[in-house]
Ligand binder design. Structure first.
Ligand SMILES: [Zn+2]
Length: 310
């Protein structure tokens, strides 16, 4: 970005952001240019798309699809090393919350948490002073250094399973806990999955709704129109359901590659969540780490893992 381009961009920024922008601009003008690695990190900016920008016909007719509108940059993202240097917030990942069936394999039981175990885990968090935070709070902490409550933790739920709404959500409400629900839109309204109204209720109650693609295909294999099918259309649908912009993404199976980052960014996503791999050293916001909580963990075991792993 040269000085002229920077001035032009500054004109498009809302007043509240101009102070921050001025510091950034002065730095640019004084340096003229950064080494490539530094400038690319400084130029990583947040974007967001807004359901409020959709026309009435777009809201009612999903076939008249147009890509979500992306707003100008809002925040300068700090260097990757700064983000990676912060203390990690524990992020837990849940799938099904139900009792095991005899047909459940040993592997699937690592993904299925019986309601009693989930209740014990939530009780442990409450009894030990943990505070659930939202994805926006995590993002603000990582990007701007915003303060978090004591013992912060983020609860996330993948795959749209109905028991997340009927079992986990009421259990969380006992303690005022909020969560982040990653929805795969192909499942909405199908048996054993949440419907649109339930997703809207979660959103209205302060939980975060994120995207988990249309039908859970591996992001590493997308090409061409796959991005429209798996990202654009589900995002638009979730924005119509919640009335809010959808800015967080969870990779199906936790599988990710750096080629997905620009595709997510240009669609307005500001962070993406994987599972337990080492984060990318250049762009850690797009591969934030989570751990799957197995159904075999009681509250005490969960607490040990939180203390040991984050
Ligand atoms: Zn999934």
């Amino acid at each position: 970005m040269n000085g002229v381009e920077a001035l032009s961009w500054l004109k498009s920024v809302p007043m509240k952001l101009k102070l921050l922008s001025c510091c950034f601009l002065l730095f640019i003008l004084s340096c003229q240019s950064f080494p490539d690695d530094i400038s690319s990190e400084l130029n990583q900016t947040t974007t967001a798309s807004f359901a409020g920008n959709l026309t009435a016909s777009e809201k009612t007719n999903e076939s008249s699809f147009v890509p979500a509108i992306v707003t100008p940059p809002a925040t300068v993202v700090p260097r990757a090393s700064e983000i990676l240097g912060k203390k990690q917030v524990p992020i837990l990942c849940y799938h099904q919350i139900r009792d095991w069936k005899p047909t459940d394999s040993k592997v699937s039981r690592t993904y299925i948490v019986p309601p009693a175990a989930f209740a014990a885990q939530m009780r442990m968090l409450a009894d030990n002073g943990y505070h659930t935070i939202t994805a926006d709070q995590l993002y603000a902490y990582l990007v701007t250094g915003a303060r978090l409550p004591a013992k912060p933790i983020l609860l996330s739920f993948d795959d749209t399973d109905l028991d997340q709404y009927t079992v986990a959500y009421p259990e969380m409400k006992k303690y005022g806990f909020k969560g982040m629900f990653f929805i795969m839109t192909v499942s909405l309204g199908k048996p054993h999955y949440m419907n649109r109204e339930q997703v809207r209720t979660l959103s209205d109650d302060g939980n975060t709704i994120g995207s988990h693609t249309w039908d859970h295909h591996n992001v590493k294999k997308y090409e061409g129109k796959d991005w429209i099918t798996q990202l654009d259309k589900p995002t638009k649908q979730l924005e119509q359901i919640t009335g809010k912009s959808i800015r967080y993404f969870a990779y199906p199976f936790g599988l990710w590659n750096t080629a997905a980052f620009p595709e997510l960014k240009k669609r307005g996503f500001i962070a993406a969540f994987q599972l337990n791999e080492k984060p990318d050293p250049i762009d850690p916001l797009f591969c934030i780490r989570r751990i799957i909580v197995p159904g075999t963990w009681n509250g005490g075991v969960l607490q040990q893992w939180i203390l040991r792993d984050f």
